[in-house]
Design a protein around this ligand. Structure first.
Ligand code: GLU
Length: 365
């Protein structure tokens, strides 16, 4: 069963007055049901809760602040889910709501629980409609934008592809708002330099081109294809899946990474960091495990099994990984040879502070 994650941005789903664009929901529901009819399982990651909430209670909940947005999302999320439910029902498709926060990806147990539940929905032919749990998400625990969340969900369920629908037609070779001769790029291959492509922001959503490209780049590293396309084109999902050249498709490299490493790679916030010397840096870049000897400095408040950043001597993050030792343990064993770990701690959990299987190089690295 091929799995697709479709991210639908607020700009696609919202009318000028902020209310849900029910015509668009209708068209998208037909599209989703259609592609499911071709044998695909579809998980939707949908924005719109805050925008819809604003159309109902924007006056009472001004100005824009985190607590106000939390309440707006709680008011708008039922409208969002109701629109999907109502419009998918004629196709006998049942919607299942999933609200996630960053913490659901940080904690391995919660991550596995969420994954199991979404996979069960997909296997049974239901349509998970995922959004960030904005009502309880404050900055520290927030994924922050649904482009990134959709990429995290794509990794979580090992999707074959991600389709990001917004009001952006494609990625352009230069900023289309500034240059009239900007040309859309149909396909980006792993070797291309995507960083330099034009910047633009859509009207309602949190993300812009940048969050979309970052998400797509991460997924490309993990073997997942991403297409960025205009969600107001009718039948866009079916047309993209069936190979029509619409929007921009970011193709993956051919390297697939095992599930545990995938889990680490897309985490946005690490619980702490360790700085390593140049020798250890060279080893890590060659995909070797990180040992205590190369660690110069450690900071944060992490436990073992947490995700942490690995920094070089210039303070640049070069990789992330799941640590076998806590911050207090690393404080005591840093710079030491593996043979001295037992003496320092009174016990030994293994040579590797981060095993190579649990380590992934930075997307820009
Ligand atoms: N979770 C937000 C909402 O439903 C959207 C975040 C985004 O636009 O990326 O309103």
């Amino acid at each position: 069963m091929k799995k697709i994650v479709v991210k639908i941005g607020s700009s696609v789903l919202t009318l000028d007055n902020g209310e849900p664009d029910r015509t668009r929901f209708n068209i998208l529901a037909a599209d989703i049901a259609g592609i499911m009819g071709e044998g695909y399982a579809v998980a939707v990651v949908s924005s719109g809760a805050i925008a819809f909430g604003r159309s109902i209670a924007g006056k009472e909940l001004a100005p824009v602040s985190i607590p106000n947005k939390q309440v707006l999302s709680s008011i708008g999320q039922p409208l969002l889910i109701n629109a999907y439910m109502t419009d998918l029902k004629p196709y006998n498709k049942t919607v299942a709501q999933v609200l996630l926060t960053h913490e659901d990806f940080m904690d391995r147990q919660r991550y596995l629980n969420a994954r199991r539940s979404i996979e069960l929905m997909l296997n049974r032919g239901f349509v998970p409609v995922v959004n960030e749990n904005d009502a309880i998400s404050v900055d520290e625990i927030k994924v922050g934008d649904n482009d990134t969340l959709s990429a995290m969900v794509a990794v979580m369920i090992s999707a074959d592809r991600l389709i990001i629908l917004s009001d952006i037609d494609a990625i352009y070779d230069r900023d289309p708002n500034r240059y009239r001769d900007a040309r859309p790029i149909n396909e980006i291959k792993p070797a291309d330099q995507y960083r330099s492509f034009g910047e633009s922001k859509s009207r309602y959503g949190v993300g812009g081109v940048r969050t979309k490209i970052t998400a797509a780049k991460q997924l490309a590293k993990l073997g997942i294809t991403t297409t960025i396309a205009n969600g107001r084109i009718n039948n866009i999902i079916t047309r993209v899946v069936n190979g029509e050249k619409l929007g921009t498709t970011i193709l993956p490299g051919n390297k697939r990474i095992n599930a545990k490493r995938k889990w680490v790679s897309l985490l946005l916030k690490s619980s702490g960091s360790i700085s390593i010397d140049d020798g250890a840096r060279a080893a890590v870049l060659k995909n070797k495990s990180l040992l205590a000897a190369g660690i110069i400095k450690v900071s944060g408040t992490f436990k073992d099994e947490d995700v942490i950043s690995i920094m070089d001597t210039n303070g640049r993050e070069i990789a992330r990984g799941i640590t076998n030792y806590s911050v207090t343990e690393i404080e005591r064993i840093k710079g030491k040879k593996s043979s001295q770990i037992k003496t320092s701690l009174g016990y030994f959990k293994g040579d590797e502070v981060i095993h190579r299987d649990n380590l992934i190089l930075n997307a820009d690295g």
